[in-house]
Design a protein around this ligand. Sequence first.
Ligand code: AGP
Length: 369
Amino acid sequence: EQIEKGGYDHFMLKEIYEQPSVIKDTYRGRLHANKGMIQMAGVEDNIDKFTNANRILIVACGTSWHAGLVAEYIFEEFSRIPVEVEYASEFRYRNPIIYPDDVVIAISQSGETADTLAAIKLAKEKGAFVFGVCNVVGSSISRETHAGAYTHAGPEIGVASTKAFTTQITVLTMMALRLAKAKGTMNTSDYQRYLLELELIPEKVEEALQTNEVAKMIASIYKSAPNCLYLGRGYNFPVALEGALKLKEISYIHAEGYPAAEMKHGPIALIDEHMPIVVIAPKQNHYDKVVSNIQEIKARSGKIIAVVTKGDTQVRALADHVIEIPDTAEALTPLLTTIPLQLLSYHIAVMRECNVDQPRNLAKSVTVE
Ligand code: AGP
């Protein structure tokens, strides 16, 4: 097992550090930035199904559901197709309305999640085309779907999903761009800019991994906090949910993710000098709104841990701690903002002497209801 961990203390840490290389694996044979092209076999073979779709329904659980939420923002923005994201467990039990021209995308690392599998069977019975985004080759979900794309993240052993999440987002982003091209919903220069920016993501993830030391230092300050809030807007709202899930799963600290603007509708009541609040605040659209959210937290003495774009000064002046990530296109920021949140929860869990790779009560894949 020590050899399999490749010198890392835990599988989770190894898998966090593998992200630059597995994202490259996910691109292989698909992303051709120099030719201005994305080619994904499962998508090419069914391109009409996607371009004629009136709606995309995404079904998944847990972290994969969070990747689905990121994809909702990206598909709607790039390919102008309405997207609904459903917990597979809810979808399967509520007699959902599915039209034959709906495309259902099922996302699953293991490809064995019982609820997701059941949702796929239901969607197929109702005549929808079902596309799988799976990591495990030959898994039940990859066999049960009409077509699909593998994430090529390699084996993920840590129960807390890390590299599976970022490679799911990578695959879904490439799909959204491919559809944008097919549907003509994005102009050529933006399309080309995204392709080039995608190519740079692995090295930017590498740079984001250099936040390890600062994440560790912040972890040492907040490791005993009983609660933690995660806030983000737009593309980074699902990242807030994912950051909170990671902390809950492996450190057993109660954490909640919220869209930053929802804070004033309830969670703000929780804020006092004992509450750490992780705010995802890259310098993009809505930046000013996030800055005012941070001011509201500060006025209530909350402890602010902000994930910001390198060189940021405005948030730095307000926050208790900043974690800098490289700049990228707004839609791609989740691939970078996620990294320090993974590291933060990892270090907190280690400092609390938790079983990082096999947290209590959790299984790597939930094959029962
Ligand atoms: C993530 O850290 C979890 N352990 C869990 O939420 C997981 O993402 C979920 O069970 C879905 O699994 P899947 O992707 O294998 O279907």
